[in-house]
Design a protein around this ligand. Structure first.
Ligand SMILES: Cc1cc2nc3c(=O)[nH]c(=O)nc-3n(C[C@H](O)[C@H](O)[C@H](O)COP(=O)(O)OP(=O)(O)OC[C@H]3O[C@@H](n4cnc5c(N)ncnc54)[C@H](O)[C@@H]3O)c2cc1C
Length: 262
């Protein structure tokens, strides 16, 4: 990657005007993903001086500034205590500490990475994205948007609901990309999110509806592909085949295999 100019934004409005001035101008988080490419960046816009690297824990919600590093999130007590610590669990398994000291939550969300371990728990927690240059939008709707816009993310708001949570990632090594991941948040209703399908994470809406309709189904195992409401959302990529993902998910079970989503 070639960076021609560097600009430390003096305000969000300053950042917006530079971002919109040239399609080759780019907002940087920690630069961990951007630096992998061979593209030319005309002006790198650094939001580092705007105080967006904080976590504000209120009674109703937790607001994570977009420049907050994964490491700061992992060490935060409010995040650790939120829904069984599912965001903490997910974030603290990404690469090593040095890496997490650089990578930001903003970069993790705006990249919409299909393999993401961050998006999966955030969607289970029903997070809302807060922007400078457009109205707030739910993460669920944001993930469905196709067009790449000049969005300037300032934070992620997570409702502070009571409840239990669960996060599980399956990867070839501890620091590898997820082959499949799942986050579940159970409060008044249940939210189940499957990530690295290999498509970007999505709510398992039929499974959620099934659980919400009759609580008696909660412990009912899924016995075959035809009975799983989300089996068809899994697919192949270089990390794993669809069949392997189905086996991991407990859709194709043998006597000796366990499954993530039985
Ligand atoms: C080797 C490697 C292994 C990885 N393994 C994992 C893994 O196991 N699990 C996982 O979940 N992730 C993994 N990642 C992804 C990693 O978490 C991302 O690199 C990181 O989230 C990007 O964060 P960043 O702050 O460095 O973003 P950057 O690289 O700075 O930016 C990424 C994108 O977000 C945009 N952006 C950043 N901030 C903003 C903002 N405020 N507003 C608008 N747009 C913005 C940038 O313009 C860019 O398009 C891995 C990455 C690498 C390089």
């Amino acid at each position: 990657m070639e960076i021609r100019n560097y600009h430390l934004a003096t305000s969000l409005e300053d950042a917006r005007s530079i971002l919109e001035a040239d399609p080759k101008n780019v907002v940087f988080g920690g630069g961990t993903w951007l630096r992998q490419g061979k593209h030319v960046v005309e002006t790198m816009i650094d939001l580092g001086g705007l105080g967006l690297d904080r976590i504000e824990a209120g009674n109703e919600s937790i607001l994570i500034g977009s420049m907050t590093t994964l490491r700061t999130i992992e060490k935060n007590d409010a995040i650790k205590g939120l829904a069984g610590g599912i965001l903490f669990e997910a974030v603290s398994r990404i690469m090593g500490v040095n890496f997490r000291n650089l990578a930001t939550i903003g970069g993790s969300v705006m990249g919409k990475y299909a393999f993401s371990d961050v998006l999966t728990p955030l969607l289970a927690l029903d997070a809302t994205l807060v922007f400078h240059n457009r109205p707030d939008v739910s993460l669920k709707d944001f993930l469905k948007e196709k067009k790449k816009a000049n969005d300037l993310l300032t934070g992620i708001r997570i409702p502070r609901t009571e409840g239990k949570g669960f996060f599980k990632k399956v990867s070839q090594t501890a620091v590898d990309f997820s082959i499949l991941n799942v986050a579940i948040h159970k409060a008044d209703t249940v939210r189940i999110v499957i990530g690295a399908r290999p498509g970007v994470c999505a709510l398992a809406e039929k499974a959620m509806a099934r659980l919400d309709k009759g609580k008696k189904h909660e412990r009912t195992p899924v016995r075959g592909p035809q009975k799983s409401p989300w089996a068809n959302s899994l697919g192949d990529n270089h990390q794993a085949s669809k069949a392997y993902r189905q086996a991991l998910g407990g859709i194709r079970q043998t006597r000796t295999q366990g499954g993530l989503f039985r």
